[in-house]
Design a protein around this ligand. Sequence first.
Ligand SMILES: *Cc1c(COP(=O)(O)O)cnc(C)c1O
Length: 347
Amino acid sequence: MPAPSPASLTIDLEALAANYRTLEAVGGVPVHPVVKADAYGLGAVACAGRLMREGARTFFVARTREGESLRAGLGPGPAIYVLDGCLTGRAARMREADLRPVVNTPAQLAEWQAAGGGRCGLQIDTGMNRLGFRAQDAPEPFDGLDLVLSHLACADAPSEPMNGRQREAFALTAARYPGTVRSFANSGGVFLGRDYGFDASRPGICLYGGGPEGRPDPRIRPVATFAAEVLQVRDVPAGESVGYSRGFVADAPRRIATVAAGYADGVLRSYSPRGQVGVRGVLRPITGRISMDVCAVDVTGLDVAVGDPVELFGPNRMLDEAASAAGTVAWELLTSVGARVPRRYVG
Ligand SMILES: *Cc1c(COP(=O)(O)O)cnc(C)c1O
């Protein structure tokens, strides 16, 4: 057993399950959870295992290797689709782990079929220009094809007219594959309306506590709490500086807590100068530059002691707000939590 860590990511599996139920109720179709990038850093096997108890039977990952470890963790049964598709030389491994590629190109389809084929998905590009067949190049229906998907480029912006155009393009092309499951909506798409639902949704971020429009949404519960302990508290006289490059200079006497989380843990350097953390139920600014292992928090006027927890994000500092303070999005903030930060599960 390694020593306990002063920084940790606590995952509330009950809140994860509640968000799953909300997404199913709002979308009106089954939820096929996206658990790529280790469930956005929260632990794919733990999250998928909990979601199976809610009824989830189909999951999406990005990479074959993610699919292999998910299969090892979940065992036989659930369907696992790989969004990368069938890369050169991967088909045999995919079949061995009972993974289903989402084929994106004629070459991927040929690769899969040359290895014997089997159940797989097909991605249609309806305008994002990222992955998938353009409608005019989409293949004829073929054996093993059981799911057709497309991905929205602007689902976090409900008034964006591209959403409706993509939806119509998907409906037209998917109609060429009768009997397959049609999957269209990611998290934002679930909230665009029931006509975005088709047969199954494919949310990620809203399961893990991010809002569908990049800001907190009362329907989505926070799932992950990133907390770290205070290592030292000091009084800094006026005129002295804190941290590298004198990134913060005290204009008056200040009480500064040094907290056990830095950029190696996922406290992005771009938090300065706008970062805020939860301490004793209030928000306090991160001061100066963030270092690799620690950051400094201005706790002037608060009764803070060594060992007290500080919340980087969680119920007191919503994920989306923390992300925008760092100039990024919830997806990146969650997937940036460092590998050395232990994941703990409650619920
Ligand atoms: C990542 C991803 C999703 C999940 O998106 P969220 O915005 O996190 O809900 C769905 N579909 C595809 C193809 C993806 O790459």
